[in-house]
Design a protein around this ligand. Structure first.
Ligand SMILES: NC(=O)c1ccc[n+]([C@@H]2O[C@H](COP(=O)([O-])OP(=O)(O)OC[C@H]3O[C@@H](n4cnc5c(N)ncnc54)[C@H](O)[C@@H]3O)[C@@H](O)[C@H]2O)c1
Length: 372
């Protein structure tokens, strides 16, 4: 009999814990999978003196990051990252991107031959030598494994509550498409797989920048029409960014859950929007509010805005991405949030006539035409 495949989840915050509920339940129905799901937990001592791993393994609940939702008993919290990952055939990376490099160090050269990763992490990596790379590229360069990605309109607490949503998995092979669909799909969490993994990942990272912009206009007291303008202009800059830096990006991917759907959700419901609104209303810094409002959870938007800005600046492209640039400058307190409105007013609308974009649109039209 073939050896059963093993899966490990690297990260156990809000999203890692919500996804562990799904994966833990799904592996039990898959004959090819070992039932045990190892969950790497960055060890913390709770206010009552207990270790978070011990609480998860006895009470089957991540009381710090996903309170009120049980974890399946086959999900086992492991404080040592190498112990959690070394035998795994599938590795789900789901921790704030600022901790990824340091966390992966103990895994270098120690993973199982043929292991495949999937990243649920939103953001970019700022390379020490300059420039940015996708998180999947970082994991690949550190660990030498192929890495897919899962991104979508998936606020963790709603997924944990089993409220219907969709998600997108970017894959490179048919085999990955089949296995990851089985591992993640449920009645309430519907998976679409696409062979455009880089665009899926770019969408997941960039939408957090736009969410900060949405929060700023909320904080300034503007209405839904203004926020819709931020969302629309943000989407246009996301598309332009993908076209410029990731040749071959498919326009249709922006209409999957990872694109427009995640963007809308994040601009209404996510923590980046919430904290950015509070920045305007309280006058406090993002760092201070992150500490006050999020209880250990991390913001991705300001960090991603910084990474993207470093690239745009180096390439002399800041003026072509005025929304991303303004949001970054507000995050680092170079300009005041009220300047967002001027940025929206003055946003250049000639993006639509970029030659490469027109050719991508033509491809999509041709694809649809051939289906008719
Ligand atoms: N929460 C969501 O709704 C959601 C949805 C989709 C995607 N995501 C993405 O998932 C990723 C993980 O986010 P999250 O919400 O699960 O995390 P989180 O912000 O809820 O939790 C922070 C996590 O970081 C860990 N941590 C703290 N210090 C650390 C250190 N020094 N080294 C390593 N780990 C440390 C904590 O133990 C905790 O598990 C992010 O990229 C996020 O953008 C989140």
């Amino acid at each position: 009999m073939a050896e059963k495949k093993k899966i490990a989840i690297i990260g156990s915050g809000n999203w890692g814990s919500a996804i562990a509920r799904i994966v833990g339940a799904n592996v039990r129905t898959m004959s090819m999978m070992d039932e045990e799901v190892k969950l790497w937990v960055f060890e913390e001592i709770l206010p009552d003196g207990r270790k978070l791993t011990e609480v998860i393994n006895t009470e089957h609940e991540n009381v710090k990051y996903l309170k009120g939702y049980s974890l399946p008993h086959n999900v086992v919290a492991v404080p040592d990252i190498l112990e959690s990952a070394k035998d795994a055939d599938y590795l789900v990376f789901v921790l704030p991107h600022q901790f990824l490099r340091s966390s992966c160090q103990p895994l270098r050269g120690k993973l199982k031959q043929g292991a495949v990763g999937i990243s649920l992490i939103k953001g970019f990596d700022l390379k020490p030598e300059g420039g940015i790379q996708l998180i999947s590229e970082l994991i690949n360069s550190l660990l030498g494994i192929d890495v897919c990605c899962l991104m979508g309109a998936n606020l963790a607490h709603e997924v944990a509550a089993e409220k219907f949503c969709e998600t997108t998995i970017g894959v490179h092979t048919d085999e990955q498409s089949l296995i990851f669909k089985d591992l993640f799909q449920t009645d309430f969490f519907r998976v679409t797989t696409v062979r455009d993994a880089k665009t899926v990942e770019v969408c997941g990272a960039l939408k957090n920048i736009v969410a900060c912009g949405a929060g700023f206009v909320d904080g300034l007291g503007y209405g839904d029409n203004t926020k819709a303008a931020v969302i629309r202009l943000g989407l246009m800059e996301m598309i332009k960014f993908a076209e410029y830096f990731y040749a071959g990006a498919k326009f249709s991917t922006f209409f999957e859950s990872c694109g427009i759907a995640d963007l809308v959700t994040t601009c209404y419901g996510g923590r980046n929007r919430r904290v950015s609104e509070a920045v305007v209303k309280s006058g406090k810094s993002i760092k201070q509010l992150e500490a006050e409002m999020l209880d250990g959870q991390r913001l991705q938007g300001p960090e991603t805005a910084h990474e993207v800005n470093a690239l745009l600046k180096a390439e002399g492209l800041e003026a072509r991405f005025p929304l991303f640039t303004a949001i970054h400058r507000i995050c680092v307190q170079e300009i005041s949030p009220s300047e967002m409105i001027e940025c929206i007013r003055m946003h250049p609308e000639h993006l639509a006539f970029d030659r490469r974009r027109v050719s991508i649109e033509r491809d999509v039209v041709n694809q649809y035409a051939s289906c008719l």
